[in-house]
Design a binder for this molecule. Structure first.
Ligand code: DAH
Length: 339
């Protein structure tokens, strides 16, 4: 029996030396120390021993059991250490490897310039106003002094939801909405999408963007309009920019004008960018028509104001030399990633 016990001890030791993973160790434990294990089987046979031998064999069996248990613990620790070393080696961080570059989005060129224009007016004390793109005919036309059957409706033919609801053709209806809600002094710009039923080509789109401006206060004159818009042009195109105002007609302003900026490319000489004109038209403007003020409950004898509307696409196209308006709406990364 003594021999058998020593043999078990040696076999277990050998098996543990060869164990490579935790499962191997567990198999050894079950084989020798488990309920149906070899050591247990030997101990079961101890009843046949003499009274003198029994404690001696018992002690030996315990020593062997403890020996195997100790070896198991040692081996477990060794395997854990080995696995950690292996894992660390596998996961070693090579700081010299080139990093993974995440594909970041870009700001759309229209957004870049719109935000620039917003900043220019915010620093001049303007607030930003918003209005709905699906608009009542009343705000888009009627309140802006464009009654039904007015010829000005032809150039702004739009998408009718029904007789009284349209997709707004201009950001000017926001003027009305602001004046209805707010007493003067008013200083707002209103950027946003507008719609017209134009066929899509290189210079026209049924959807485009405008930035509206409105100032109403006591004693506002044409010189406030010219001064403000001249500063706007200089901030947008550079301090040496020159502006000019040409008389024009809009139903909701009187007098009305269009503002040109001297072509920043040829400085007035005429080039391809300005189509040989030397000047580039960037906005319509004028003194708010007294009828429009009255419609909004603002007394034209007490208050006056000026308004303007900038076509955003045109400004951005000129700025970046973009020849086709459709590029703005196609979501082509080759185009968008250039800004
Ligand atoms: N709403 C006009 C258009 O779409 C642009 C415009 C002209 C706006 C003169 C104004 C303005 O506020 O005063 O053609």
């Amino acid at each position: 029996m003594r021999e058998k016990l020593n043999q078990i001890g040696q076999q277990a030791q050998l098996a543990l030396e060869q164990a490579k993973v935790n499962e191997d160790i567990e198999a050894v434990r079950v084989k020798y120390l488990g309920k149906k294990g070899e050591l247990t089987a030997v101990l079961r046979g101890m009843g046949a021993l003499s009274a003198e031998e029994r404690p001696l064999i018992g002690q030996l069996a315990n020593e062997i059991r403890e020996g195997i248990e100790k070896l198991i613990e040692t081996k477990k620790t060794a395997i854990a250490a080995e696995m950690l070393t292996k894992k660390l080696a596998e996961e070693k961080l090579d700081v010299t490897m080139p990093g993974k570059v995440n594909a970041l989005g870009y700001k759309h060129p229209l957004t870049i310039v719109q935000e620039e224009i917003e900043d220019i007016f915010l620093t001049m004390g303007f607030n930003i106003a918003e209005g709905p793109e699906v608009e009542l005919d009343y705000y888009n036309f009627e309140a802006l002094n464009v009654p039904k059957n007015h010829p000005a409706r032809d150039v702004q033919d739009t998408f009718y939801i029904d007789d009284n609801i349209v997709l707004r053709t201009q950001t000017s209806p926001v003027q009305i909405r602001v004046m209805e809600k707010q007493k003067p002094p008013i200083r707002v710009i209103a950027p946003g999408r507008v719609y017209r039923s134009d066929a899509l080509d290189a210079t026209h789109s049924p959807l485009f963007h405008q930035i509206e401006g409105l100032v109403v206060d006591k004693g506002i004159t044409m010189s406030d309009l010219k001064g403000t818009l001249d500063i706007f042009a200089k901030r947008l195109y550079g301090e040496d920019s020159v502006t000019r105002f040409r008389p024009h007609h809009f139903p909701f302003t009187e007098p009305s004008a269009e503002m040109d900026v001297m072509c920043f490319n040829c400085h007035g000489a005429g080039c391809r960018l300005c189509k040989g004109e030397g000047w580039i038209e960037i906005l319509g403007c004028g003194m708010v028509h007294p009828k429009v003020l009255e419609t909004c409950g603002v007394d034209p004898k007490e208050y006056s104001g000026f308004a303007f509307g900038v076509g955003l696409e045109r400004v951005v196209m000129r700025r970046f030399g973009i020849k086709d308006i459709r590029l703005f709406y196609e979501n082509d990364m080759r185009f968008l990633s250039q800004f």
